[in-house]
Design a protein around this ligand. Structure first.
Ligand code: NAP
Length: 329
């Protein structure tokens, strides 16, 4: 039986990854920083099927103990500071968790069991102020935030440990991916949550930044499948994981509001305080390598993903006591 460790199991990707690995018959161990929070966050059905272990990402000795104790075959490092607006906050902590922690895991693998396969959730933010579009594995990295810089350090360490020590480490260069489990701090979920509230008559306005900003948005379930496929390949490598299409915030609003036959123009206000100019070069990924070498194909399109998110937000709000159920159909 394969055994996989997932860091960040309480997050969006962590929970999808745990579900995927369980369907494939893995023993799944989640490394968490706070056991109580994890028990409260993880859905009961998942809690009953995974094992949890506490790991402080600054503690390298403990990582080595965990590797030795659980006899792991794969590690998915999905824990990170990942706030949409907080990429400049806590630069030192971000460096520790998003960057140095990866060196700790790699070094523990090297010393305890060099056969363990490792996958890192890297980010399109490493491309930052990219000079070319779309971006692919060979595109030069130009991070513009502490988040992107820390992810790039981790990405580089994976390449170094692969080349120097022959470790099996993969870096998944993930473009934005969303789902009903996305944090409320991200624009996609901010919109779908607000749409559900508007449908219920709980609010009647949504303030957003630049509606013409465009992103390459995929579905989180598809992206964790890409990471799993990476570790099943005979050779370790790095892959861009992206849809290759961009959509504007305005299109997102049209779909989300339109799902309930509402017109976004009646509710959305562009807020100059959070207005950011459109980048001259868009972040949009070319995932040809993942598609050709791993056979990865995203299954959930943008429209369906947004619809699922709105429906899930509506369900959650209705289940919450006190939500006004005006207009639910
Ligand atoms: P998420 O929902 O925000 O989950 C983040 C996870 O990291 C949570 O489990 C959180 O645990 C854990 N974490 C945060 N700070 C930590 C710390 N100091 N010590 C230990 N654990 C910590 O993020 P996600 O969307 O699933 O993203 C998963 C990974 O993909 C991240 O590495 C992210 O940087 C990367 N990524 C995501 C996207 C995207 O669009 N989603 C794009 C590119 C890359 P708690 O429950 O304890 O807070």
């Amino acid at each position: 039986m394969k055994a996989a460790l997932i860091t960040g199991i309480t997050g969006q990707d962590g929970s999808y990854m745990a579900e995927l690995l369980l369907t494939k018959g893995y023993r799944v161990i989640g490394a968490v920083r706070d056991m109580q929070n994890a028990k409260e966050t993880l859905p009961t059905a998942l809690m009953q099927r995974v094992e949890l272990v506490v790991w402080d990402m600054l503690d390298q000795c403990r990582m080595a103990e965990i590797l030795a104790e659980y006899r792991l075959t794969e590690i998915y490092n999905l824990a990170a500071y990942s706030s949409g607006t907080g990429m400049f906050n806590d630069a030192v902590d971000i460096g520790e968790v998003n960057g140095l922690a990866v060196a700790r895991i790699l070094d523990a693998i090297r010393t305890v069991d060099a056969n363990i396969r490792f996958c890192q959730a890297s980010s399109s933010e490493m491309f930052g102020n990219a000079l070319e579009s779309p971006q692919l594995e060979a595109t030069p990295f130009r991070p513009r935030t502490p988040y992107g810089a820390a992810k790039l350090y981790a990405h580089s360490m994976i390449q170094i440990y692969r080349q120097h020590y022959g470790l099996y480490g993969c870096s998944a260069i993930l473009f934005n991916h969303e789902s009903p489990r996305r944090g409320l701090g991200f624009v996609t979920r901010k919109i779908t949550h607000a749409v559900a509230k508007i449908k219920l008559g709980l609010v009647n306005e949504l303030c957003l930044g630049n509606l013409d900003a465009r992103r390459d948005w995929g579905f989180a379930g598809d992206y964790v499948r890409a990471m799993w496929l990476m570790l099943q390949h005979p050779d370790a490598d790095d892959y861009v994981v992206a849809t290759g299409e961009t959509h504007s915030v305005r299109e997102l609003c049209e779909i989300a509001f339109g799902h309930f036959n509402l017109d976004y123009r009646d509710y959305v206000r562009e807020d100059s305080a959070s207005y950011r100019p459109i980048e001259s070069i868009q972040l949009v990924g070319n995932s040809k390598k993942a598609r050709n070498q791993l056979g990865w194909i995203p299954e959930i399109g943008f429209h369906e993903m947004v619809s699922r998110m709105v429906d899930a937000d509506l369900r959650k709000l209705i289940e919450q006591p006190g939500a006004t159920k005006i207009g639910v159909s």
